[in-house]
Design a protein around this ligand. Structure first.
Ligand code: COI
Length: 354
């Protein structure tokens, strides 16, 4: 440990008030949070304090101009009682790519990693152990200058808090291919995990939900033709025996860590994976020919989430045999096994906290 972290413990833990058999995603927060501050030159004041409100100027540019980025990660308890994270350095690297795109300072690896590890040690009791559950970690950074001119802030806060969670979705998804609104254009911020990307999806997603769908399936911004991602996940489709997922080359979709893991696992099993454009017409044609066998979302919060129905221009493509989807089941189980330590970790993805 090289970073000095002052720890102020909560006087009373709230853990006894939590029903771990009935957890709603993102509603319950563990006892502590890690905070670091950027003073214009360096990250300072690294500390762990009780989880709670923070005081901020109403003029901070995070609120007005959206200099705000985040990550999502999960920590697990192994059967032997150890704590482990999944590919945390990849979250750190992605946070820094997002920071660069948004004109924000990078976070040094030790601030990110040691803050995370110390928070996990302090709030270890909050890591749930029932199948499918985890302690969700939300590292995020935002601009704190109280100045409303449009320029990058000089000062920032980096915070990590955590929530015990189950999978984000507890049922297969019905998604609506969105033909009016777009999520990201080439050259924009689509690959950055910035707050604004999620703010922009709220209205179209709510409209889709009013129409009976769970989520939006985003199409590209130029032609409204190529699949991108859902409102919360990357996507995979199985056409025949091939697995196809939109490529990240145009920087319009998130470079998902779960996405990359599913690609590597599938290839290691001999499954052919194509990272390329998939048009909605190709999806419709595959469905009509009976070749669209499986479709799923991939993300940290959602893990691997079945997509049972795609709606496109009045047509409902309802997939069948959901309990027999081979790639989905194998990938979901392998990811869960590796993350929780019940299966071997052939790619050295697991990071043991202790
Ligand atoms: C995650 O999967 O961790 C995310 O950050 C997506 C979020 C919309 C829940």
């Amino acid at each position: 440990m090289t970073l000095e972290i002052a720890v102020e413990k909560a006087q009373n833990s709230r853990i006894d008030q939590v029903d771990f058999n009935n957890i709603q995603f993102g509603k319950i927060f563990s006892d502590h949070q890690f905070i670091a501050e950027y003073d214009g030159e360096k990250w300072t004041k690294t500390r762990i304090v009780p989880y709670g409100n923070i005081s901020l100027s109403p003029a901070i540019s995070a609120i007005h101009y959206g200099q705000a980025i985040f990550e999502g990660m999960k920590a697990y308890k192994t059967a032997e009682g150890g704590i482990q994270l999944f590919r945390p350095q990849d979250n750190w690297k992605r946070l820094n790519r997002s920071a660069t795109r948004m004109g924000m300072p990078e976070i040094p690896e030790e601030v990110f990693m040691e803050g995370l590890e110390e928070l996990l040690r302090v709030d270890e009791a909050w890591i749930p152990t029932t199948k499918g559950s985890a302690l969700y970690l939300r590292p995020f950074m935002f601009a704190t200058d109280d100045f409303i001119g449009v320029r990058p802030s000089d000062t920032y806060k980096f915070i990590i808090f955590s929530c015990p969670v189950n999978a984000y979705y507890n049922q297969p998804l019905k998604v609506k291919a969105e033909t009016e609104y777009i999520r990201a254009a080439e050259g924009g911020v689509g690959s950055a995990k910035c707050a604004g990307n999620y703010g922009a999806v709220m209205h179209p997603t709510r409209e889709a939900q009013r129409q009976g769908f769970n989520q939006i399936l985003w199409l590209d911004s130029k032609e409204h033709k190529f699949l991108e991602e859902t409102g919360t996940t990357n996507i995979f489709v199985r056409i025949g025996d091939k697995l196809v997922t939109p490529s990240t080359d145009k920087h319009t979709i998130l470079e998902g860590i779960t996405r990359d893991s599913l690609i590597q696992l599938s290839r290691s099993w001999g499954i052919e994976v194509e990272e390329r454009d998939i048009s909605i017409d190709e999806l419709v044609e595959a469905f009509d020919k009976g070749e669209l066998k499986e479709m799923f979302g991939a993300g940290t919060a959602a893990t691997v989430a079945q997509i049972e129905l795609v709606h496109y221009q009045g047509k409902d493509m309802q997939l069948t045999n959901l309990d027999q989807w081979e790639y989905y089941t194998r990938l979901k189980n392998a990811m869960e096994g590796i993350k929780t330590g019940s299966e071997a970790d052939p790619f050295n993805w697991v990071h043991k906290v202790y």
